[in-house]
Design a protein around this ligand. Sequence first.
Ligand SMILES: [Ca+2]
Length: 500
Amino acid sequence: MNKISIISLFSLLLLSLLLTLSAVAQDRSDRPNILFISIDDLNDWIGAMNTHPQVQTPNMDRLAERGTLFTNAHVQAPLCNPSRVSVMTGLRPTTTGIYNLAPLHHELESTKNVVTIPEYFEEFGYSTYAVGKVFHNASSNKATFQHEGTETRFFGPVPDDKIVDIPLDMVDHPLIDWGVYPVEGDSLIKDYRFASWAVDRLDEIGSEEQDHPFFMAVGFWLPHVPLYTTQQWFDLYPDEKDIVLPSAPELERDDVPDFAWKIHWHLPEPRLSWLLEHNQWHAKVRAYLATISFIDSQVGRVLDALEENGLSDDTIVVLWSDHGYHLGEKGITGKNSLWERSTRVPLIFAGPGVTAGARSSQPAELLDLYPTLIDLTGLPENENLEGLSLMPQLKYADAYRERPAITTHNPGNHSVRSHRWRYIRYADGSEELYDHFRDPHEWSNLAGNSDYSGVIEDHAKWLPKEEAPHAAGSRHRLLEEIDGEWYWEGERIEFENLIR
Ligand SMILES: [Ca+2]
């Protein structure tokens, strides 16, 4: 190569470098912002999903109206910490070994250097903000985001004494409570303050020229227990006797394998039998509905601030919940199951690049958030992720997706949810199969019927081939079987008490 061609090659390289740099500089302010809203323990009871005839969620519904709602979206683990770690790292629990409330991802040697969603966006010039329950523990927010809202720790306020002061049949726990509190007004509630922090940041961002796009995560605690909110949200719902209860027929549990109850750990949440015995079923459902409407109003305050600051057209909004919640279905309340009630959550995308007013019933996983946000903002692909971009469904809601949604509840226990079916396999080999076209409540387990062996085979092939063991520092809180007896933290448990 002669001198001139070396010089022209050099000039060419220099020119392309300059063009790239100017493209990057231009991109920084041109890329859409991201408003990332997470809600704790919200099952699929939002108006837009037509799942509870009385629930009132006008703000989430209007978000769904201006975007795409996924009606078959599922979590990777039916519990806060592992679900959130999976969303934020883009990795499955079976990859990280984080299946429980501990460890936190940034404390674990093998995951502390994984680039989470906000860190990836920060690498490409985004300013990152967090307030409230984004990760399971606020220390993870602090370790991950550039700007963290003060007063983001914990929920509350809580009354001095429990409102429902009846001894629980399982473990007595201060969080298991519901009712009107505080009486003074919404502004005392932590979630209200989280929304105010986000509104203030959006007002600041809106009042000046933006050098950098923002990634803002706003995490709400309610409707996680304790189910406290002010009177006005209870007033949206009829007297307790007119509250529509979930369908929970006695017979629905007859064909559930015993092992299902053994992995539904010894949690303090009351069983349906306790709610019935103490006349609290209507009251708890009403409190859950009231806290959903309160949170919806906080989502509304943040969306209004986005709009009032002229940021709506340049901001992608994604809203999700970390897992579902039983309110009597299968005889239990709470989470920690592999059924639809625990795994299905609202997932809404809205903003530039997203089809408005669309609903997709294709299977989706929360794991898909990370690659989808990368696609929507035009950032380079992150090759370490295990999710799939939902871009095809955001363009055309019915775009076929082959891969089902997989939920894991400790090693060996998985559910596979396709467009039509849910297949569950537990660590002892027992199975469940439900046909959602005919049996949306999962009342009839078809796994023992040989007519469906082909369906089971098609779904079983998606079960994880390799599973990381529980990560160091894991708090399993699982029941242990010793010589045919069941123990929880050293105390012998009557199996009958687990399932009753
Ligand atoms: Ca949760």
